[in-house]
Ligand binder design. Sequence first.
Ligand SMILES: [Zn+2]
Length: 250
Amino acid sequence: MSALNEQQLARYRRNILLASVGEEGQQKLLKSKVLVVGAGGLGSPVSYYLAAAGIGTLGILDDDVVDLSNLQRQILHTSADVGRPKVLSAADKLRALNPDINVITYQQKLNEESAEEIIADYQLVVDATDNFGTRQIMNRVCVKLGKPFIYGGVLAMQGQAMTVIPGEGPCFTCIFRNEPPANAPTTSTVGVLGAVAGLIGTIEATEAIKLLLKIGTPLVGRMFTVDLIGMNSDQVEVRRDLNCPVCGSK
Ligand SMILES: [Zn+2]
């Protein structure tokens, strides 16, 4: 691996000081490729922290434009970005934060056809959507290609996160089989505090870095849950479903 230059040694000093990272780990991060699906409430902290950490290639996928009502939580975007495509607004901020990395934008929805081609270029995928169908597509393609997938979800004052490593634990579909009913609460009906999305997003970014460096214990087979109104957090054991249509044995 090529050595870090002076600028990189300075920029990533606090990473390098970490016993579990070091110069070798930082070089590994700079060679890493991560796809973040969604540039909103979760995608903002996820991509900001991954860019800051020096993830060498960061893919950002989103088909939406910035709306005034996004700014309460989607901290990658500013008032001046209202009306702009989220991926372009996001790329500006991420490149300004860290010109050392390569930011690739996909201004589109993830569908069955495009997902496999896009995801094939990355080592792992971070879910920063709030869409059941998109999560199912990401999970299915990641299981098929054997790529880790980090799930995160927020609603009101609550959040949850889990990491899927194909073959090592349950996948998203093992746990979430059926589409939520049309009248189920969503952030557009019951709201979400921006800081709650920030917390779950930073957990997802941390999981991604741990997986890239093969350090620590990922959230595989356990769902991290947090209720910020009472400041309670928990971990729920989740098991693989042998009849899962995505990762099951059949
Ligand atoms: Zn499964």
